[in-house]
Write a protein that binds this ligand. Structure first.
Ligand code: KG4
Ligand code: ZN
Length: 339
């Protein structure tokens, strides 16, 4: 079954063709991040206008790379939220138009649930139950997944998301947008004075509370204070490393607490922040040190940040649970126009 995925929730315009939920036949992404870098963050109106410019070339690229015309597509999956409304509309209206023209079913997809499905776009599928940490620009959530479409929300951020903490701290430190990769790059350049040197300048909010919630707004304030303190002689590289370490510490501590409590078979990371090398490596070494028996998975960095391949994968696993090929008579799924 071939699904055309469309993703336009923020500043990436993406389309992809995915076969049977796991095989990426094509994945095209156009980003307007460079434009937003000039303003230090996303301006929703500007992002929506960039979506309009990119959507047709991106759709054409995805179909042509997959060597597949619309007639060979079985369904169209599109992000319907959460996201910026102007940006979302571009993807939804494009999906509706294609569905109407080619008489294809539309599958509405939740962007955050879809992020998790980047973990299925690899060789072997993770086993259930799975504990999932979704860390993106706008969300930080811990979710227990018993099966496809069976998700239990355990907790999430009470204020800023982890990605937002990266982005806003980067801005305070005079680093570029998006802040996550900029902080990671600056932190990499920090030379530790000695092997006992610990990065502990910033607070680890809610880390020791026995719940699965997060809070990152205080961290942002602490970074702001550090930038205002003229007596603090600390390099930008060290401040970046300190911010990264504080975020990574909290995410890992709370997630592994959930793993110890719920004993899932797999632990999955999802969302743009899971592209962070320090986070990935620290998770791996902590799991090893604590001898936790859990299959730790994190998608390749390119699949962590926004793309449409996981939108198509999510639609396949959550909306077409019966193996499509095994059906002798394909049901008429034409719901074109009804999103
Ligand atoms: O999932 P995503 O691409 O878009 C949303 O759904 O929000 O996540 C974007 C977020 C941004 O906050 C960005 O700074 C962060 O992911 N990010 C990173 C890295 N790459 C992207 N954060 C830390 N380290 C990275 N390497
Ligand atoms: Zn995202």
């Amino acid at each position: 079954m071939k699904i055309l995925g469309i993703e336009t929730s923020c500043d990436e315009t993406a389309a992809a063709v995915v076969e049977n939920g796991v095989k990426i036949l094509s994945s095209a992404v156009a980003s307007s991040a460079e434009m937003h870098a000039k303003t230090g963050g996303v301006i929703p109106e500007a992002a929506a206008r960039a979506q309009v410019v990119s959507i047709l070339p991106v759709l054409q690229e995805a179909l042509s790379d997959a060597k597949c015309g619309m007639e060979k597509i079985d369904a169209i999956a599109t992000t319907v939220g959460p996201g910026l409304v102007g940006s979302l509309l571009v993807g939804v209206e494009s999906a509706k138009t294609l569905a109407y023209l080619y008489r294809k079913p539309i599958v509405p997809v939740n962007h955050l649930v879809a992020h998790i499905y980047a973990n299925w776009l690899v060789e072997s599928a993770p086993e259930f139950p799975a504990m999932v940490l979704v860390v993106s620009g706008g969300h930080t959530d811990l979710v227990l997944m018993q099966a496809h479409s069976t998700l239990e929300w355990l907790g999430g951020t009470r204020d800023d998301a982890a990605g937002e903490a990266f982005d806003k701290s980067a801005r305070l430190l005079g680093l570029s947008y998006p802040g996550g990769p900029a902080i990671a790059a600056a932190a990499k350049d920090f030379k530790f004075p000695n092997s006992n040197f610990q990065l502990k300048l910033f607070p680890r909010p809610m880390m020791d509370e026995h719940n699965f919630d997060f809070s990152f707004s205080g961290l942002k304030t602490a970074v702001w204070r550090a930038t205002q303190d003229k007596g603090l002689k600390i390099s930008t590289e060290q401040l970046a490393a300190e911010v990264q370490e504080a975020i990574v510490d909290v995410l890992i501590t709370k997630t592994l607490r959930a793993v110890r409590e719920f004993r899932p078979k797999s632990l999955l990371l999802a969302g743009g922040v899971s592209a962070n090398t320090r986070l990935r490596e620290a998770f791996e070494s902590k799991i090893k040190n604590l001898k936790l028996e859990v299959d730790f998975r994190v998608p390749p960095p390119k699949l962590c940040t926004d793309n449409a391949a996981y939108i198509a994968a999510c639609a396949y696993f959550c909306h077409f649970p019966v193996a499509w090929e095994s059906l002798e008579t394909k049901p008429d799924l034409s719901i074109s126009g009804q999103v």
